[in-house]
Structures are given as C-alpha cells and as structure tokens.
Ligand binder design. Structure first.
Ligand code: TYD
Ligand code: MG
Length: 464
C-alpha cells in the first residue's frame, strides 16, 4: 500500500517536519506542529484538475508594450488610501492583519459601504459572523443603505464560483482567511496548508478577474500574523491594523506594498459610530498632556511623509529588586537598553539601582531611532525630578559613543512643531542649517550636554 505523505507543519512559521516534536526547530515556538497532508499544498498550487508532471506552454511577453497600468480604486477613506498608496490596484490582493477585536471588520465594512455608495460592485464575505450580525453592525454605523453584496460562507470553491458570476466585482473582502477551507487540500480548516491553499485560490481569482481582494487575518499574541503569515509573500500588500486595547487610536501600517510606500500610516479613532479618520495625529497624541510633570518629553517623529508629534513618558524609581525592571510600551526594548547604557557609560547617570518604565502616550508605537534623544531626556528628567520645558520638542539619534546624530527630514519635524505651538527644539548639531520654522534651536552635539542642561535647570527650579 502506498504510504500517504504526511508531515507535521508548524502553524506559526509553516516549516515542515517529518515527525511530531514539541518545539518547532525553525521558529522556536512550542506546540505548534500539526499533522497535515503534505501533498495538499502542492495540489492547491497546481490548481484543481491538473496532473503532476504535465505542463502547458504559455506565451512569453516583452517587458515593454501595452501596459495595463495599475488603475487604482480610491476607497473614499483618505487614511486608508494613504497606506495603500492611492487606492486598491486592480487584480491585487491585500492582507489586513490585526488582533481580534481591533476593528478590522469595522474598517472593511466602512470601506465597502463607501465604495458601494460610489456605484462600484463590492462583495463582503464573512466567514466568522452570520449575516444578521454583519447587518446589525452596518445598521449601527448607519451604513445599511449601501448596496454592498453580503454572504456568510467559508467554502472557497463556492465563493469563487459565486464571484465569477455576473459583473466582475471591484473589491472582495474575505473576513477572515483563517475560516476559509478549500477541497483541494485535505487538512482541517484553519491549518497552515488550508490557509495557504485558500489564499492561492483567491489570488488566482484576483489575477484572472481583475477584482481587488482583501484577505483579513488574525495575528497572534506576539504580533505575528499566524497562519496567514505563510501567505505574506504571496500577496501584493500586507497591512497591519494596530492599537492598544484601552486606547481609541488605531494605526494602519503597511508592512509590505508592491504598489506603494511602506512607511506611511493611517490613523483612526474608534468611536461609537465606527472608525473616524484622524487627519492630524499630532493633535490627538498631544491632547492630554501632563504639563509640568517631570519625565515627559515630546518627540517630533516622522511616519512616511507625515510628521507625528507624540509624548514620551518615563518613570525612574529606586528598585527593590536584585535586577531592576526595564519596561517599555510603544518603543523598542533594546533601544531603551542602549540609551540607558549610553547614559551610564558617557553621561554619569546611574540607573542600575532604579526601575525604568517608558511609555509612549496614546497607545502609539514609535519605530524610529530618532526618538533616542527624547527618550533620554524623559529618563533624565524623571531621575532628576526636573520637568522639561513644556514648549520644547526633541529629536535625534544617539550613538553608542554618546554623540547625537542627525536624522532625516528635520525641517518637516520643525515645521510641524511650530504649527502646534512649540517654541523650541532640542536637535542634533547639523539641524542648525535647516530652516527652523521660527523655532529656537538648541543643538546638542552629545548626550552629556543635554543631561547637564536638564540637571542644571532642575537645580535652578528648586533653588528659586
Ligand atoms: P471588529 O471590527 O469586530 O474587530 P475585528 O474584526 O478586528 O475582530 O471590532 C470590534 C470592536 O470594535 C469591538 O470591541 C467593539 C468596537 N466597536 C466600537 O467601539 N464602535 C463601533 O462602532 C464598532 C462597530 C465596534
Ligand atoms: Mg472581524
């Protein structure tokens, strides 16, 4: 009897193993291996009804020629279009990932409703919610008059057969890819092989028909798009919808985009009436500032082409533990460790006996090294109990030697700060040549200069 090719596929990274083991050697995750039919993925890749080993000749095309230029379909939601690079490209497939409950379905039902109202044929397939639930939400959002075509289905073959009928839809939402299953693969729904097989079918459909398809994927606790992660390389764009549960802000970020930039973000606010676009995120992130308290610094950051001002808060307190705590929310843990090391090694700031907590206000996540200077200022301000000037912004990258390095787009950062009423900026040396947009520039060449200034200001404030 022929032995069926079974293998154990890691549900986190997609690596195949030929026997079960507790830990996936490829990605180090525990208890992620599930037995799957290894031939399944191959069958899905070939497409149904094709025998292995037999190919069909196809026409080769020149690079130049009739370009079907990427006609885009703007979604009508400016913040969404900013992230996709101007709208949905015909025949493209987008993966939108995010934690469960973050608002993916809400964002996409709002998008489909806007497009449907503009007269486009859009189809929303929900594999998670019943039609009544989707309707209820649409009603609550005041979108129930939009001519969106709706279905609660999970069979990929049935869905594609339905989509292929009638006028080609401009946009199809598959919410979510983890609930879909295809007959071409024998594994259970939700497994990596099923997710991959289903995604391949939808990608083929998109390329064939010219419809744009959005696949929704849930992410795991550590922020990776589990299961759907294995389809990241197949789709044209991967967008991630992020936010802290307790905060109202949601950030849509492009992780990969074949048709646009990957550094733009879209900012939304979750309200009782769905997601609201936030055109000026700085005002939002700075709306609840704790003026005059030690340990807070305003960082002038950049996301793509848009400046974003956000408050960084630090708390430095004597520790009662053998190993002091270093906790950070909204920034990179290793960057914090580096800034602390530089403060200790080059600026005479002793933090080894202190717990350090760093938080970025509003549930926002900073990805730029340019935040080093603002983080360092907040830390020193908290340690010295010396409030920083409320009308100052900070930006600059700190090197391991303690020097403050220039960062890109200083002029745009300064302009935004001036617009929001800030009067001075603490910046790297080189920023002096940039137009200051009316701000008073305090250029610091090294971190120790800044530390000395903060400490001196603190002493002067206490003496007076
Ligand atoms: P949902 O879009 O279902 O999340 P996902 O599809 O990513 O799992 O969003 C659900 C959350 O959003 C839920 O906790 C309630 C909240 N919400 C609002 O605050 N206001 C609204 O108008 C809607 C529709 C949802
Ligand atoms: Mg949902």
């Amino acid at each position: 009897m022929a032995k069926r090719a079974q293998s154990f596929i890691c549900q986190n990274c997609g690596a195949a193993h030929n026997r079960w083991q507790g830990k996936c050697e490829a990605c180090g995750e525990w208890n992620t291996l599930v037995e799957e039919d290894a031939t399944g993925a191959g069958a899905a890749a070939r497409g149904p009804g094709r025998r292995p080993g037999k190919g069909r000749a196809f026409n080769l095309e020149p690079l130049a020629g009739e370009t079907h230029d990427a006609p885009r379909l703007p979604s009508g939601i400016a913040e969404f279009d900013r992230v996709t690079g101007g709208g949905f490209v015909r025949g493209s497939v987008l993966l939108v990932g995010g934690d469960p409950g973050i608002g993916k379905s809400t964002l996409l039902i709002q998008t489909t409703a806007a497009l449907a109202r503009a007269g486009h044929r859009v189809i929303y397939i929900s594999g998670e919610e019943a039609i009544a639930q989707v309707r209820l939400r649409a009603e609550r959002l005041g979108l129930d008059d939009a001519p969106v075509e709706l279905a609660a289905e999970t069979s990929v073959e049935d869905i594609i057969a339905t989509l292929s009928e009638g006028k080609t839809p401009r946009l199809v939402i598959i919410d979510s890819i983890q609930t879909m299953w295809t007959d071409t693969v024998e594994s259970a729904p939700g497994t990596v092989t099923q997710v991959r097989g289903s995604a391949q079918s939808f990608i083929r459909f998109a390329k064939r028909s010219g419809a744009a398809v959005i696949l929704v994927g849930h992410v795991t606790k550590d922020g990776q798009i589990a299961g759907p992660r294995v389809v990241e390389h197949m789709v044209d764009a991967v967008l991630s919808f992020e936010g802290e549960g307790a905060h109202q802000f949601r950030v849509l970020r492009a992780m990969k985009n074949r048709f646009g930039p990957t550094d733009e973000i879209g900012v939304f606010e979750m309200t009782g009436l769905g997601l609201r676009e936030v055109a000026n995120p700085s005002e939002l992130f700075l709306s609840e500032r704790d003026l005059g308290a030690p340990g807070t610094a305003v960082f002038a950051g950049i996301e793509g082409t848009r400046p974003v001002l956000v408050e960084i808060q630090a708390l430095v307190a004597p520790t009662s533990l053998g190993t002091p705590r270093r906790a950070v929310v909204g920034w990179d843990q290793s960057r914090l460790s580096m800034v602390i090391a530089v403060l200790e090694a080059h600026c005479g700031v002793r933090l080894s006996g202190h717990d350090v907590y760093l938080n970025v206000a509003g549930g926002y996540r900073i990805q730029e090294p340019a935040a080093d200077l603002a983080a360092a200022a907040a830390l020193v301000s908290s340690l010295a109990d010396a409030p920083l000037p409320a009308d100052a912004v900070y930006f600059g990258e700190v090197s391991l030697s303690g020097a403050v390095r220039p960062v890109a787009q200083a002029a745009a950062r300064l302009k935004e700060a001036a617009k929001l009423g800030f009067a001075r900026a603490v910046v790297p040396d080189s920023a002096r040549t940039e137009s200051a947009a009316g701000l008073r520039l305090n250029d610091v060449g090294s971190l120790s200069t800044l530390v000395a200034e903060i400490a001196a200001n603190g002493r002067r404030a206490k003496a007076s």
